[in-house]
Design a binder for this molecule. Structure first.
Ligand code: MRU
Length: 342
């Protein structure tokens, strides 16, 4: 299986996802500013992968620090953390991972009589632990969700909640990979996911590499495909789930949940528990990223709308919990009435 991110010889090596599907390009990064740019530009994207990336970024800052005192190292790490925290606002995994790194380091320093070298080694070890845990969570989500898949299912998915969005085999797509391993027969439809085409560029690329029977559709075909092609389930990922089960995901997800309700089919959200934000009561409070007008005005380098067109470009929407049939995590499948932030 490809690895969208790894730590190698003191560097973060990641796949530049903006180059896919034309080129599978790996970038070796030894600088937090370059990592921040990669996250902002979606070279690295997908909530769990962003969490892993910032944890490794924090470790990179520790390893690179030239300070010779604990106070100095702390200052360098706080600076790196601040830069990483403002890269993208919606995926809570980013804040979850940095909070965990900071808390773990403070605990380590307070109980161990440690040298700076030991601290740096510890920070890297913790980041690699987050990466390994993410891989295991993906498998557990896949196994839990695969119980819902039946022979003959027709599954619709949106954006990319797959291998490329995590350090492992994905969340929503992990369910598909596990069901396939179990010998189940089913079809997948993938929305192209305007404006940045994570569905056509990334989901189709990875589903085809893994021999999944997948068909690409434009976003505006979803209603008619659900009705005419017998879609039986919709499964998506999430960037942040509020304590009441409202879930933010790529723009267009909410519309699919409404369609699922209209057609009487289940709508599932698959995500690791690090995507659950217990401090946010409802989806109303989830910060929704708005991105630049250029992403809508241009398709790649081709202009497709008037340059000065007034544009609204929210990257995510929130699906109310009342439209979600279940939340699939590494711990199990939660019906909304029993969810309560787990
Ligand atoms: O803007 P992106 O590509 O980072 O958005 C990604 C999504 O919306 C995914 O569906 C979500 O992060 C879940 S990934 C397992």
């Amino acid at each position: 299986m490809i690895e969208p991110i790894k730590w190698k010889d003191g560097k973060i090596v990641f796949i530049d996802q903006t180059e896919l599907p034309a080129k599978l390009k790996y970038v070796a990064c030894k600088d937090v500013d370059i990592l921040c740019e990669a996250i902002k530009k979606l070279r690295i994207r997908g909530a769990p992968l962003i969490g892993v990336a910032v944890a490794l970024g924090y470790a990179l800052a520790a390893v690179n620090s030239k300070q010779n005192s604990w106070a100095g190292l702390k200052k360098d790490l706080a600076k790196a953390s601040q830069k990483l925290r403002v890269t993208r606002p919606t995926a809570v995994n980013l804040f979850w991972a940095l909070d965990r790194m900071e808390r773990a380091l403070l605990r380590f320093v307070s109980v161990k009589n440690c040298t700076l070298t030991k601290c740096k080694r510890f920070v890297l070890k913790e980041a690699l632990k987050i990466l390994e845990e993410d891989k295991n969570m993906c498998i557990a989500i896949g196994k839990n969700g695969a119980k819902l898949i039946k022979n003959g299912d027709v599954i619709l998915t949106h954006c990319n909640a797959g291998i490329l969005a995590t350090a492992g085999q994905g969340t929503a797509l992990s369910i598909i990979y596990e069901a396939k391993k179990q010998g189940k027969r089913f079809k997948v439809y993938a929305d192209e996911t305007r404006p940045l085409m994570q569905g056509s560029r990334l989901t189709m690329w990875e589903l085809m590499r893994n021999n999944i029977d997948a068909t690409l559709i434009c976003d505006n075909m979803a209603a008619s495909v659900i009705k005419n092609k017998g879609v039986t389930k919709i499964i998506v990922g999430s960037d942040r789930i509020a304590a009441n089960g409202d879930a933010a995901n790529k723009i267009g997800t909410y519309g699919l949940a409404v369609l699922a309700r209209h057609h009487g089919i289940p709508f599932y959200v698959a995500a690791p528990s690090s995507t659950i934000d217990k401090f946010i009561k409802t989806g109303e409070d989830i910060p929704i990223e708005e991105r630049k007008a250029e992403e809508i005005i241009y398709a790649g380098s081709r202009q497709i709308a008037p340059i000065r067109a007034k544009v609204y470009n929210p990257a995510f929407d929130v699906t109310p919990h009342s439209l979600i049939s279940g939340i699939i995590t590494e711990k199990g499948i939660y019906e909304i009435k029993r969810f309560r932030g787990i």
